[in-house]
Design a protein around this ligand. Structure first.
Ligand code: E4P
Length: 323
């Protein structure tokens, strides 16, 4: 008898959403995704203290460089347990600066390449702001592949596809969180879940119009949301939900398919900068969640700097405080 997890792997590429290297080793997914919040949690875990110390040693006393080094140290170790790619996020503080985002992405890739990791095995995560999307468009021309994160609106998805990025991560759970709060309810059934509906709409639009950008559902709150998206190109799933999926027996039905999408009548749209900003702004959930997501990833990156500074204070390598 197959489990839900085994069955899901027949329909979608399963990715582990975690900064916990041991969890990646346990679940052996195809790819893995990290973000600043996940890596803050791991950096505070005594099991990974040697990585923090190594990042401090490698960074000549600069805390920003130590954060970059730490992200790459985690990525390199995660890659030992996956056949595919790891996603590493650019500093959220650069979300509205195309050129600095490009510089940071190139720096992260240079650090990976110094460790002997090819750029093909790394996805650079950038916030799906207009500036982030333009940075990704340029990076893709350098074969630096991008995973567009904090994606909440259809406008963001359209702009990412038009920019030819490798992959997008629409956030199911954070959309669900927003609507739960707006409707003042404790749950929204999967059939009415706006987070699930958002990924279905984007997937069908991309496949109907032949865009090569892949869709990776992210930010799940419950297994029902994952099952409703079986067939999506990729699904990135936290270890607690992987555990739940592996504990249930049964075969899953494929919910999304290219053939089905191709038979649909869906109008193609083009968004220039003004239209993108207007359309995104029309979506109150998306504007709230994008802004909040950037603030939260930034806050966690600053906390990570403090963790690094406090470890450095008790080590022989002095480290400069954050800007
Ligand atoms: C993955 O790429 C995302 O960063 C992650 O799924 C976000 O999940 P969260 O909404 O639970 O923080």
């Amino acid at each position: 008898m197959t489990t839900h997890l085994e069955s899901l792997k027949k329909h979608s590429l399963v990715v582990a959403d975690t900064g916990d290297i041991d969890a990646v080793a346990r679940w052996k997914p195809q790819d893995a995704t990290t973000n600043p919040s996940l890596l803050l949690t791991s950096a505070e875990d005594p099991r990974y203290q040697p990585l923090v110390e190594r990042a401090i040693r490698d960074s000549s006393g600069d805390v920003g460089a130590a954060v970059d080094s730490l992200f790459v140290q985690f990525g390199v170790r995660i890659l030992k347990h996956v056949a595919g790619r790891v996603s590493t996020e650019v500093d959220a503080r650069l979300s509205f600066d195309t050129e600095k985002s490009i510089d940071k992405a190139r720096r992260l890739i240079a650090l990976y390449e110094k460790e002997g990791v090819s750029r093909n095995r790394v996805l650079i995560k950038l916030a799906s702001t207009w500036e982030g999307i333009r940075a990704a468009e340029k990076l893709e021309r350098e074969k630096i592949h991008c995973n567009m994160t904090l994606l909440f609106s259809f406008a963001q998805a359209v702009a990412c596809a038009e920019a030819g990025v490798t992959l997008i991560s629409p956030f199911v759970g954070r959309i669900y969180d927003w609507y739960k709060q707006a409707k003042k309810v404790d749950d929204i059934p999967v059939e009415e879940d706006p987070g699930v509906a958002s990924v279905v709409r984007i997937y069908n639009y991309y496949k109907r119009h032949g865009y090569k950008t892949q869709v990776m559902g992210a930010s799940f709150r419950k297994t029902g949301q994952i099952l409703a998206l079986a067939g999506c190109d990729l699904l990135t799933i936290a270890p607690d939900l992987l555990e739940k999926l592996s504990g249930v027996e049964g075969s899953l039905e494929k919910k999304l398919s290219v053939d089905n999408a191709k038979s649909m009548s869906i109008q193609k749209i083009h968004l220039d900068e003004k239209a993108f900003r207007w359309e995104h702004n029309e979506d109150a959930m998306a504007t709230d969640k994008l802004a909040e997501g950037i603030r939260k990833f930034d806050a966690d990156a600053r906390k990570l700097e403090k963790v690094i500074a406090s470890v450095a204070a008790s080590s022989p390598t002095p480290i400069a405080a954050s800007r």
